[in-house]
Design a protein around this ligand. Structure first.
Ligand code: SAM
Length: 350
């Protein structure tokens, strides 16, 4: 069925009024750009009602690029022998956060490959020393799939937020993006474990990942409705030369922006980042992401000498900038887009 502009406008109004759209209507909105400016305006209005013009800043520390997984899309997959591997020490992580704190960061995101060198003991040591040193900061983890007991231990040590993208809610699509030893079912189970443990949970997808259909994206939105995440991180899929998906097309700016706006309308409370991947496919991608409903940015706090080694995809931006430069560059973009940077831990507003 084809949809004209007035029908698309009606779907936007339905979402704007917090009513649910049908699968077919969501698919139409995903596939048609005819009403994008109205869609972005409605998303911006929704974000202003809940969050005003506030944009939250999270300091990202990519502390290890070792990974036991072999995801077909990812540049740090274990089979990629061209990546020099690194691990930051707990002291190095602490000094990154010290620097971040001085620059005004009040959330630290520890992200890495699934690196079992960082046992629960080591992770809890890192989390509790950060929590003790920066009691006014939120500690966010993004370490991939771990047993529920591990998530509970990190929570007791002081972590309060966890980012784990579902990647795709469809098990069939999941199996085309990952080797047989990984399962979409386990990833989804981890998300509910995290939620039940008490974390503010972030999930998300890559937009335009290989084999993704609009039906997959609708299923992703439905999964998110069941999970009710606090944070939703989406960015375009970008190919990496040393992966099995080297020859695939990148996700587009247009679809990523449209989805940010749809997410804002469907989840008015959500913290939605304008991601580095969005800034990589278009120099103005993050400003446009903010105007389409995003309200978080995540400057890189990792030391300059490790950044080159954490390339999930080709041509990643900000590889040589230091933390201060990354932050001030993003603040300029926030201001130019008409929003304001906030120094606070920035909890979700349900
Ligand atoms: N290991 C943790 C996990 O699995 O959640 C965190 C690190 S993982 C590399 C972070 C995210 O990077 C993934 O959830 C995935 O969506 C994204 N990513 C990986 N490769 C990508 C690519 N080629 N293009 C865009 N995003 C990618």
């Amino acid at each position: 069925m084809s949809y004209d502009r007035s029908q698309l406008r009606e779907i936007i109004n339905t979402l704007r009024k917090r009513s649910d759209a049908s699968d077919e209507q969501l698919k139409a909105l995903i596939e048609n750009g005819g009403c994008d400016s109205e869609l972005f305006a409605a998303a911006d209005e929704t974000r202003r009602e809940r969050y005003g013009t506030d944009v939250y800043v999270r300091g990202l520390i990519e502390f290890t690029n070792y990974c036991r997984n072999d995801c077909f899309y990812c540049g740090i997959r274990r089979s990629n022998k061209n990546v020099p591997r690194y691990r930051m020490t707990p002291d190095e992580i602490m000094s990154c956060c010290e620097k971040g704190y001085r620059l005004g960061f009040r959330t630290f995101v520890l992200q890495g490959g699934e690196d079992m060198f960082f046992t629960d003991e080591i992770m809890c040591g890192i989390i509790s020393s950060l929590h003790g040193r920066f009691p006014d900061c939120a500690i966010t983890l993004s370490l991939g799939e771990r047993p529920r007991e591990s998530y509970e231990r990190y929570f007791r040590a002081g972590a309060r937020r966890y980012l784990l993208r579902q990647e795709t809610a469809s098990d069939e699509h999941y199996s085309r993006l990952h080797p047989d030893e990984m399962s979409g079912e386990n990833r989804k189970k981890c998300l509910f474990d995290l939620k039940e443990t008490g974390y503010q949970v972030g999930t998300g997808i890559m937009v335009g990942s290989p084999y993704q259909t609009s039906e997959n994206i609708v299923a992703d939105l439905r999964f998110m409705q069941r999970l009710s995440p606090d944070m939703i991180g989406i960015g375009p899929f970008i190919s990496h030369r040393d992966t099995p998906f080297a020859g695939f097309e990148n996700g587009t700016l247009e679809l990523t922006l449209r989805l940010i706006a749809i997410l804002r309308l469907m989840f008015p409370h959500a913290l939605i980042p304008a991601t580095t991947a969005l800034g990589t496919i278009d120099p103005n991608g993050r400003e446009m992401g903010l105007k389409a409903g995003a309200n978080v940015v995540m400057p890189n706090l990792s030391p300059a000498d490790v950044r080159e080694k954490y390339q999930l995809y080709d041509n990643k931006i900000c590889l040589s900038d230091d933390a201060e430069k990354c932050k001030s560059c993003l603040e300029d973009k926030i201001k130019a887009a008409g929003y304001r940077t906030v120094v606070s831990a920035g909890d979700v507003k349900r």
